[in-house]
Design a protein around this ligand. Structure first.
Ligand SMILES: NC(=O)c1ccc[n+]([C@@H]2O[C@H](COP(=O)([O-])OP(=O)(O)OC[C@H]3O[C@@H](n4cnc5c(N)ncnc54)[C@H](OP(=O)(O)O)[C@@H]3O)[C@@H](O)[C@H]2O)c1
Length: 345
């Protein structure tokens, strides 16, 4: 076991990424050390670097979505053994838990074994997307507090309730559609480029509406399906335009999850609710929801209830990440999850 590894480091706020040597961390109680075979990229990584927000301490290592092989077990861990393939949700605000490096420490509450049917590349695409989807839908602090499918009576609980999911083709959107299906929502309506229609229907969407329709036409298309405004919405994109569209279709008493800060101005008598999600399970507020989700993920993935994002594998290991993050800033990520293999650096 080496003592040092390669990591992609931001030396100081908004500075150029550099690949450098970093000490391999030690797992503490309830943690394992993983040799990272795959890490997936998120728009959030690009924003942290571009805007210098969310991370206070530098040098910083980013990356939250990982899959790899367990190398070492921390005190009290019985869930995993060395040599097992796991996927997990890391953290961007603790360098030892971040995934843009060759080895990282993993909180076992937010990790699961990778079923045989999945490659490690595919498994690495799940964490942030499904965490954000689940906390937004089922979290009581950073979400709208629906009864989750892992709780008694939660499976198919919302049968007959329509849901509108803006931006179904993105990573978060893919998982919101799949969780909406487990929760029984029907019909599941999503917006996307129409080229993704077949895939989104295979994940559980009943109707895919062209995301380029102007607002009046979008409203008309939704009303044609449901006959009235909708009580449950998840805006996975949350630009000013998508939030405006969602708000205009939200029924009195309805609930809307947004993935970016809310831009809705509502008066105090409005019974509708807009909730910005924080998709990281590592905060105290989200820990319990995250833990319960991860306790079910291995089985759900194995049984095909949850399918990974489509992988776009980038060559060059960690060195491919800086240019790839620019693609998020340019809006050039289209229905795929970019993945790199840190061991190929
Ligand atoms: N708050 C949190 O904790 C949290 C966590 C995760 C993500 N986020 C944020 O959530 C957003 C989505 O993240 P992601 O990982 O899902 O992104 P992503 O996978 O990169 O999303 C890419 C997709 O967005 C779709 N899209 C772009 N503009 C759209 C619009 N106006 N209407 C419908 N679809 C649109 C495109 O769909 P088409 O291909 O159909 O054109 C594209 O395929 C990002 O802003 C991210 O920073 C927040």
């Amino acid at each position: 076991m080496p003592d040092q590894q390669l990591a992609l480091i931001i030396p100081s706020k908004q500075a150029t990424f550099t690949v450098a040597s970093r000490k391999i961390p030690k797992p503490g109680p309830g943690e394992v050390l993983v040799k990272l075979q795959a890490t997936a990229l998120n728009p959030f990584d690009a924003k942290i670097h571009r805007d210098g927000t969310f991370v206070d301490s530098y040098p910083a290592v980013l990356g939250t979505d990982g899959a790899g092989i367990v190398e070492e077990i921390g005190e009290g861990v019985t869930k995993f053994n060395p040599g097992e393939r796991i996927f997990f949700h890391g953290a961007f605000d603790d360098n030892d838990l971040a995934t843009f490096q060759q080895y990282c420490v993993v909180t076992t509450d937010f990790a699961a074994k990778v079923p045989r049917s999945l490659s490690l590349d595919q498994a690495s695409t799940i964490a942030c997307g499904i965490g954000t989807a689940a906390i937004g839908m089922y979290g009581t602090m950073n979400g709208i507090g629906l009864i989750p499918p892992w709780e008694r009576g939660g499976w198919s609980k919302y049968k007959g309730w329509p849901i509108l999911i803006l931006g179904g083709a993105g990573s978060v959107g893919n998982y919101v559609i799949q969780l909406a299906k487990l929760s029984g929502f029907s019909p599941i309506i999503t917006t996307s480029s129409l080229k993704h229609t077949e895939r989104l229907k295979s994940l559980g969407a009943n109707h895919v509406i062209d995301r380029y329709l102007p607002l009046p036409a979008l409203k008309q298309a939704v009303m044609k399906i449901t006959g009235s405004r909708i009580h449950m919405m998840y805006d996975c994109i949350s630009t000013a335009e998508t939030q405006e569209a969602a708000w205009s279709l939200l029924a009195p008493g309805g609930k809307l999850v947004v993935t970016q800060p809310s831009l809705i101005s509502k008066d105090s008598h409005d019974s509708r609710q807009v909730v910005p999600v924080d998709g990281s399970p590592q905060s105290d507020e989200n820990w319990e929801t995250g833990k319960r989700l991860w306790a079910h993920l291995e089985r759900w993935v194995e049984e095909g209830h949850i399918r990974p994002n489509n992988v776009e594998l980038l060559s060059g290991g960690l060195r491919a990440i800086p240019d790839a993050l620019e693609r998020f800033n340019a809006g050039k990520v289209d229905g795929v999850k970019m993945v790199v293999r840190p061991q190929e650096t």
